[in-house]
Ligand binder design. Structure first.
Ligand code: XIL
Length: 335
């Protein structure tokens, strides 16, 4: 195609993609990214484990490579992420003797981390996922019982936003989570966001990860989520969009005997329908929606290959393994 994906959405919102430094080293892939996307998110390079492996050592190489690439091509960068329960280094929670640190020590470490990372990319990263996935999966619980929560209680959330805001007052600060269209999770995310907003915590926006499937969300669930979060005065971005061709089942780790894992015509059709629907909704709410980012470039590689079911290939994106637009691509750009 002559036009890139981002060009169709010029008057709506930036279109982003999650990247690793190795994909940028391949010149064909790099050119493909520049043509189709005007925003990038580091897929792993800025997470606490990779970027801050030891207390007194930061590893900037991969993160810098992505920021330099983006800056050179006029592509904006979303930072991901500053505080999460996964891909966090063990040292963060323990002292030299192997004893769990106190709340005061952990908050100081969180502050040092956030201040250092946000400062380094000030003016180059316009938005940060400050806290990622703090709400529990179990609908009877509120916050996830992570090490952050165990040691600090609820406070780490507001503190993380304050530290990020202090380090870069111009950055757009996000709370980011998944399954945010499912009513029981939506209500708990809303409750957290409302608390933060009411307490004047410097939060500007909510990231809805959008790891969806050909079966969910429905149009109504999606619209309700946008309206509900926007009613708090927060902007909304879809930060990690992909549409799995399999149902998302919690704790599913293996295929059932005889289970179909082909990328059948029916699945392709359903995926096109779902992509068309969600982009119709994004366009309808363009006042509230300030960005849509895909989690990976094409079906050549996606984090859903082998996750959550080992060995199972997935096909969740708009481009096939040869970077050619799929049926779903045309359903997104023909409007
Ligand atoms: C994923 C990456 O894509 C994988 O490469 C890594 O092994 C695990 O993390 N929610 C998030 C992202 O916020 O950071 C996750 O990214 C996908 C789920």
């Amino acid at each position: 195609t002559a036009k890139g994906l981002k060009d169709y959405y010029k008057s709506f919102f930036p279109i982003g993609v999650a990247v690793s430094p190795y994909v940028l080293r391949d010149s064909a892939t790099a050119a493909f990214i520049v043509k189709n996307f005007n925003s990038v998110t580091p897929e792993n390079a800025m997470k606490m484990g990779p970027i801050h492996p030891e207390e007194n050592r930061y590893n900037w190489r991969d993160a810098d490579a992505i920021v330099d690439f983006a800056t050179a091509h006029g592509i904006r960068v979303r930072g991901h992420n500053l505080c999460w329960h996964e891909q966090t280094p063990e040292w963060m929670f323990y002292d030299k003797a192997g004893k769990q640190v106190t709340k005061e020590v952990l908050l100081q470490r969180l502050k040092d981390h956030i201040t250092t990372v946000v400062n380094r990319y000030k003016g180059k990263i316009y938005a940060w996922d400050v806290v990622n996935e703090a709400i529990d999966d179990d609908s009877t619980q509120f916050l996830r019982n992570s090490m952050w929560y165990k040691i600090c209680g609820e406070d780490f959330i507001a503190k993380a936003f304050e530290y990020a805001h202090e380090a870069d007052p111009n950055a757009v600060l996000f709370y980011n989570d998944y399954n945010t269209e499912r009513p029981e999770k939506r209500e708990r995310v809303y409750r957290l966001l409302k608390k933060l907003v009411d307490a004047h915590v410097p939060i500007n926006a909510v990231g809805l990860q959008a790891h969806w499937s050909i079966y969910e969300p429905t149009r109504q669930e999606l619209e309700t989520a946008i309206k509900k979060f926007a009613s708090l005065g927060l902007k909304v971005q879809f930060t990690e969009l992909d549409i799995s061709v399999y149902p998302w089942e919690k704790n599913k780790r293996e295929l059932r005997p005889g289970e179909d894992m082909s990328y059948s015509d029916e699945r392709k059709q359903k995926q096109g329908d779902q992509y068309q629907m969600v982009f119709e909704v994004f366009r309808k709410y363009k006042k509230n929606v300030t960005g849509v980012t895909f989690w990976n470039i094409s079906d050549r590689y996606t984090w859903l290959d082998g996750y959550p079911v080992p060995g199972r290939k997935n096909y969740p994106l708009l481009f096939d393994k040869n970077l050619k637009p799929k049926e779903a691509f045309w359903r997104v750009v023909n409007f």
